[in-house]
Design a protein around this ligand. Structure first.
Ligand SMILES: Nc1ncnc2c1ncn2[C@@H]1O[C@H](COP(=O)(O)OP(=O)(O)OP(=O)(O)O)[C@@H](O)[C@H]1O
Ligand SMILES: [Mg+2]
Length: 347
């Protein structure tokens, strides 16, 4: 649906040239929810604005649904842009117009009758669950409601693609979830291809099929969400993962000499990480029984991503040295990553 080839974008200011996007290649499939994550200034907004040419790339080509669009005339481009909706962090609604008028706005000048417009607006508001707010003004709405209006407006021209630039960054976690759920519904119901830009890992985990990690203008890593999360290759990716995982806290506890990680002779701390989608066996209870060892879970961080458990555990293991070794070998054979942390504090 979207193919970006060798996209670069530089901004020339009086003092310097800023290379906001550098040689990005991305392919986003029809009907996919694709996430782009990166820290502030990574170039995410610039890149996504290149998709609908709100920003003209300095180099490279943009193909939407099989059509190369960088060479189109302004008029042809306007038609293509109708197929690409966009929503933003701060909603960008027209304050002096009602919810109804905001959603009706993009339908103007399309030769529709008043009744046709009315039917369309009503069905869009129903779709985003805001039928009761037709006559309200943006100032009378909550953030989540405003974003729903923005989504309805973005869908007015029946786009094939919806670009979301930090669309949930101004919302609380619960409202964020409800908007992400709505996006997922629209993706499934309408076959809408969605591109989500965010700096929050939780957003990617919640709805995306694939993810690209951006850093300093480049895409440094991409793949399906499970693989990128279970086996990150880049340090920046790991930093994002750590924001939603408690597992690396174990190192802080050890450093702080916490009583939680005090070991008795023969005890070890092990950190387990699931690397494969197939891990659905009751591994912990199994190794405990099979190898006659005890496991005391200190943290657990397992969630379901793309219908498979992802994450891991930090546990204090006690038992005979050989039994612990055999248990660890068993886990390794099951393709679970095991890190033995022996440098806890011995009493
Ligand atoms: N119009 C512009 N003129 C000059 N520099 C710009 C312009 N737009 C963006 N930049 C610069 O390009 C770089 C990337 O900016 P961009 O807004 O794409 O980052 P981002 O990843 O979206 O960040 P954030 O998460 O803060 O929104 C930054 O250094 C920014 O200052
Ligand atoms: Mg941005």
């Amino acid at each position: 649906m979207i193919r970006l080839q060798n996209i670069s974008k530089s901004f020339t200011t009086e003092e310097s040239v800023i290379h906001a996007v550098k040689g990005v290649n991305l392919e986003i499939n029809k009907g996919e929810v694709f996430g782009i994550i990166g820290f502030s200034g990574a170039g995410k907004s610039t890149l996504v604005r290149c998709i609908n040419l709100l920003e003209r790339p300095t180099e490279g080509s943009v193909t939407i649904d099989g059509m190369e669009i960088t060479t189109l005339s302004e008029k042809e481009l306007r038609t293509v842009r109708k197929k690409i909706g966009m929503i933003f962090q701060h909603f960008n609604l027209m304050k002096s117009r009602t919810v109804y008028q905001n959603v009706a706005y993009p339908l103007k000048g399309r030769g529709l009758t008043k009744t046709q417009i009315q039917n369309k607006v009503k069905s869009l508001l129903k779709l985003v669950n805001l039928s009761d707010k037709e006559t309200a003004y943006p100032s009378q709405l909550s953030g989540g409601q405003k974003q729903r209006v923005a989504i309805a407006r973005a869908l007015a021209n029946e786009p094939k693609v919806l670009l979301c630039d930090e669309a949930t960054s101004a919302l609380d976690p619960q409202t964020t979830l409800s908007i992400l759920k709505l996006l997922k519904e629209l993706n499934e119901k309408l076959g809408l291809t969605i591109v989500i830009i965010t700096h929050e890992m939780s957003v990617i985990k919640e709805v995306c099929n694939r993810v690209a990690v951006m850093d300093k203008g480049s895409v440094i890593e991409q793949g399906d969400v499970f693989s990128v999360f279970s086996s990150p290759k880049e340090a920046v990716t790991q930093e994002f993962i750590d924001t939603t995982s408690t597992l690396s806290k174990i190192y802080d506890l050890i450093k702080a000499n916490s009583v939680i990680v005090k070991l008795k002779p023969g005890e070890k701390i092990i950190k387990l990480k699931y690397l494969e989608k197939s891990t659905s066996e009751p591994l912990v209870s199994f190794i405990s029984r099979q190898f006659n060892i005890d496991l005391n879970i200190i943290f657990g961080n397992i969630e379901i991503i793309q219908e498979a458990p992802l994450g891991g555990l930090v546990a204090l293991v006690s038992g005979k040295e050989d039994d612990i070794k055999a248990a660890i070998q068993y886990l390794l054979n099951k393709n679970v990553e095991v890190e033995v942390i022996n440098d806890g504090i011995y009493q």
